[in-house]
Design a protein around this ligand. Structure first.
Ligand SMILES: [Zn+2]
Length: 322
């Protein structure tokens, strides 16, 4: 897929990929742009080692779809971390998205409170904050906090765009334990950074927003999960002059590994490791580290710990080398 000015009619919907991809598209000579995605296998892989209750899997899948689309939309070279921290039964959702749209995610929740929770975003997350962190490969880290508001996670992210980016943005998200799907459209500024409230671009954005409204209800969101991202684009925009700019894969990838876990442990020092080895918690005579993101378990016995401490004392940790 290239960025050329192919006539919109030239999109052959049947030859587009049908898997875990995201699509970047535009209308109105690029003044309204969007991202659409639907993840199935890669989403199932991301949560297979976790026992997420359906409500948690749904929220986390929506957060993943939202975060991946934000990376594609903002064209970030680096890492984006989207976090929802609240006082509700689901008190933490974290999604990290790196280069090539590789993501990992985790959630924390309270089973007892969740069992008695009502429906809707506020009942599940409670009052809290959306924290967006961007770590560019070059340049300073950027962080933005906005209150979690709205009837859905999509609306909460729209609130972020309104407050922090000040670009009219619509976002619809839908997920369960099988599929995570989303669509984002945004009105781009004219020369000088002005976003016109009237005129052809504003009308174009309003028109696209009305089409997105057909997805907002329960029926529309179920449809988003049941058809491919290409089919969804076709269903919504087949009468519009849509241009497809990019189709790229999205994958689940956790950066944890035995080596980095070992380095972290060595950094704790002998005293702390000896105490953990001797403690009653976890497997006897072992230190077990569990990755919250991918569910991997790393075990270190006494011999492993001695090796970690020996190699750590020979090789200084990376942070002190420069
Ligand atoms: Zn991991």
């Amino acid at each position: 897929m290239n960025d050329s000015s192919d006539a919109p009619q030239s999109i052959d919907w049947h030859t587009l990929p049908q898997g875990d991809e995201l699509f970047r598209f535009s209308f109105e000579d690029g003044r309204v742009r969007g991202v659409s995605l639907r993840l199935e296998n890669t989403w199932q892989a991301a949560i297979e080692n976790h026992d997420y209750p359906p409500e948690v899997a749904g929220l986390l899948g929506e957060a993943v779809a939202g975060a991946v689309m934000m990376v594609a939309n903002l064209k970030i070279d680096g890492r984006l971390i989207l976090q929802f921290a609240g006082a509700g039964p689901v008190n933490l959702l974290v999604v990290q998205v790196g280069s090539e749209h590789r993501f990992r995610c985790m959630a924390k929740w309270d089973d007892a409170r969740l069992a008695n929770a009502g429906e809707g975003l506020e009942a599940l997350l409670g009052h809290g904050q959306l924290v967006l962190t961007i770590e560019p490969d070059d340049g300073p880290r950027y962080q933005s906090l906005v209150p979690i508001e709205g009837a859905s996670l999509g609306e909460a992210i729209e609130g972020y765009f309104q407050q922090s980016e000040q670009l009219p943005t619509r976002l619809v998200l839908s997920a369960d334990a099988q599929v995570a799907a989303g669509m984002l459209v945004q009105q781009m500024p004219e020369t000088g950074g002005i976003v016109p409230a009237h005129g052809p671009t504003a009308r174009g954005f309003e028109h696209v927003g009305k089409l997105l409204d057909t997805l907002v209800g329960e029926k529309g969101r179920a449809e988003m999960r049941s058809i491919t991202a290409a089919e969804l684009l076709h269903r919504l925009f087949h009468q519009d002059a849509l241009r497809l700019h990019e189709v790229s894969p999205v994958a689940f990838h956790c950066r944890c590994g035995r080596e980095s876990v070992g380095q972290m442990l060595a950094g704790l020092g002998r005293h702390e490791l000896e105490e953990t080895l001797a403690s009653e918690e976890g497997p006897a005579g072992m230190i077990e580290i569990h990755c919250d993101f991918c569910g991997s378990r790393y075990r270190f016995d006494r011999v492993d710990v001695e090796q970690l401490l020996t190699s750590a004392s020979v090789e200084p940790p990376e942070s002190t080398r420069h």
